[in-house]
Unconditional design. Structure first.
Lengths: 91, 130
């Protein structure tokens, strides 16, 4: 199964990176809002620019070459084979 | 593992009893507010009843860190939150030694390490590490 199909299947059930990309959380009331919205429909607060996916990427090790999110124990990128430079863990 | 019995919550107290608002432990998203008022000898007691009755069904528990999270930030493939286990693509290279992988394998033929993390339960059984 390709990655695209796998993520599509996960999305159907509300899981996966595609779902994270579509959601933002209001920093004031915690309401989950579609990423296209600019203000929270519940409290009117301006929404943060960061989607759940951006937050997820920030927390993990990323390949500097292809931007793939990797597990913390990775020494090489599993997508492009790039040798990872530790210490440049997150942006 | 720091397991909590419920997700993050806020309590609304009045003369009659308690109502609870539950939040996702990772995203801080507001997940549910209990629809009824709960009574008990203490707030803790009322909380546990409210959690079992209305809160629990909206959450997934990470099998590694024990946090309660919503579907969007739960890696259902390994039953852990996305902070413990990020989604991994089908590997083209070994993440440990950088060897190119031709085809679909679970273990690297060069270094013998696991190519994909399969959850903390699975990694306890086999040689590979997280």
């Amino acid at each position: 199964m390709t990655q695209r199909v796998r993520f599509k299947n996960l999305e159907r059930f509300g899981f996966g990176p595609n779902v994270m990309k579509k959601l933002r959380v209001c920093s004031r009331c915690g309401q989950i809002v579609r990423s296209r919205a600019k203000t929270c429909f519940d409290c009117g607060e301006r929404l943060p620019k960061e989607t759940l996916f951006d937050r997820y990427k920030r927390k993990h090790l990323k390949c500097q070459n292809c931007d793939t999110v990797l597990t913390a124990d990775s020494l090489y990128c599993s997508n492009c084979g790039n040798l990872l430079i530790k210490g440049e863990k997150t942006i | 593992m720091t397991e909590s019995r419920t997700a993050k919550y806020k309590v609304i107290t009045d003369d009659v009893g308690y109502r609870f608002i539950f939040y996702c432990d990772i995203s801080d998203a507001h997940v549910c507010t209990t629809s009824r008022i709960y009574h008990g000898n203490s707030e803790k007691e009322a909380l546990l009843v409210a959690w079992q009755t209305e809160g629990r069904e909206h959450f997934n528990r990470c099998h590694k860190c024990g946090r309660w999270v919503i579907d969007a930030v739960y890696n259902a493939e390994v039953l852990e939150c996305v902070e413990c286990a990020p989604y991994e693509a089908e590997p083209k290279y070994c993440k440990n030694c950088g060897t190119k992988i031709e085809g679909y394998f679970k273990i690297c033929s060069c270094c013998g390490k696991k190519l994909i993390y399969e959850g903390s339960a699975a990694s306890n059984d086999t040689k590979g590490s997280v």
